[in-house]
Design a binder for this molecule. Structure first.
Ligand SMILES: Nc1ncnc2c1ncn2[C@@H]1O[C@H](COP(=O)(O)OP(=O)(O)OP(=O)(O)O)[C@@H](O)[C@H]1O
Ligand SMILES: O=P(O)(O)OC[C@H]1O[C@](O)(CO)[C@@H](O)[C@@H]1O
Length: 329
């Protein structure tokens, strides 16, 4: 193997830079040239790249974002776009492409498979943690930590004003961030896909109102609701209006948004990214169509189809813990 291409794709995740660094260092050690293409699949489409050297990546492990930039790329949903990417890889005599990204980015690799003979390796990196075949994705631990610290601050003002707060967290359509952050902050309520029947939100709303009203009778502290994005019609403001209109409950809304995607990666993400980067280069020699992950503390290499198609529910133990805490408080 002489030459590897590398992209970061989809939502950026803290730890992507640590993965880039590790891949480049592993390539250097094995005399493999490493070309970094910019802006996800767009860079492969438009031949926008730079050779990644040890000097370039040496100081980046602690930084959020990605030095290769990231993007979504519409053209990848059409055969002509995929063919263009394949032709760039062929023209540069690339032996393997490593994609650092989420499930969509891996679907891009699957689309590429029929058009390109080189080896395709995925490294899971998304704050959403919605990829199977790995306990955690790169960026998730940092996002949970960032959101936890933010809600701790919100808690102070919620208590001081005895206010209900609706805090929206990211996760696209999965509740990994919502459940972990909700438990870590002692949120009074977690509303996510896993514990709310989206076809019966009226019942969810009625239960929530009961919970708020009964808490009001017993103590005068704040009430923090962690709400998963894309769950409630109209988002957190929709829920805010519903609480006001049906029960005269006033609340404040805080959308944590992109703050969860930024910032320096926590040690756990740096270490995970470093391990997966090294393993990805090793796998690129003789495997293709696989994702390198970590399951129960061990490196695990699985087919990207399985990683993207299999669902990864929020840990049952986490949901049980939340239910028990709710009964105790
Ligand atoms: N079905 C598909 N076929 C081909 N390419 C795809 C497909 N789905 C996604 N892609 C490519 O991968 C890119 C990234 O996908 P997406 O926007 O879903 O982010 P992601 O990798 O899932 O990361 P995150 O969810 O963290 O943002 C898309 O912009 C597109 O270029
Ligand atoms: O950057 P964009 O395109 O607004 O995407 C936001 C989405 O990306 C993520 O941050 C990562 O997948 C999701 O949590 C969120 O729904």
């Amino acid at each position: 193997m002489k030459r590897i291409a590398l992209i970061t794709s989809g939502g950026d995740a803290p730890g992507m830079n640590a993965a880039i660094r590790s891949i480049v260092l592993a390539c250097h050690e094995q005399d493999i040239q490493c070309l970094g293409f910019f802006h996800g699949y767009n860079g492969l489409m438009h031949d926008e790249f730079k050779e990644l050297t040890v000097d370039l990546v040496a100081p980046i492990i602690q930084f959020g974002g990605t030095i290769l930039k990231s993007a979504r790329c519409k053209e990848m949903h059409q055969n002509s776009g995929v063919e263009q990417v394949a032709s760039t890889l062929t023209r540069h005599s690339i032996d393997a492409l490593i994609v650092v990204g989420g499930d969509g980015s891996f679907r891009g690799m699957m689309a590429l498979q029929p058009y390109w003979q080189g080896h395709l390796i995925g490294i899971p990196a998304t704050i959403d943690n919605d990829l199977a075949c790995t306990d955690k994705t790169i960026g998730f631990a940092t996002a949970v930590s960032t959101a936890t610290h933010a809600i701790d601050k919100i808690r102070d003002t919620a208590n001081a004003f005895e206010r209900v707060f609706i805090v929206e967290v990211m996760g696209r359509h999965s509740g990994h961030i919502a459940f972990n952050v909700g438990l870590a902050t002692g949120a009074e309520a977690i509303l996510s896909f896993e514990n709310c029947d989206s076809k019966n939100l009226e019942q969810v709303q009625a239960d929530l109102i009961n919970q708020i009203q009964s808490q009001r009778q017993h103590n005068h502290s704040g009430f923090v609701i962690v709400l998963a994005e894309n769950l409630w019609p109209g988002g957190p403001h929709g829920l805010q209006a519903a609480l006001r209109e049906t029960a005269h409950i006033e609340s404040a809304v805080c959308v944590l948004g992109y703050i969860q995607r930024g910032g320096n990666p926590c040690p756990e993400d740096r270490i995970l990214a470093t391990e997966l980067g090294i393993e990805a280069v090793r796998a690129a020699k003789n495997r293709s169509g696989v994702m390198v992950g970590k399951v129960h503390g061990q490196i695990s290499i699985n087919c990207i189809i399985r990683a993207t198609e299999q669902s990864k529910p929020v840990d049952q133990a986490l949901r049980l813990a939340y239910n028990q805490i709710c009964q105790l408080t």
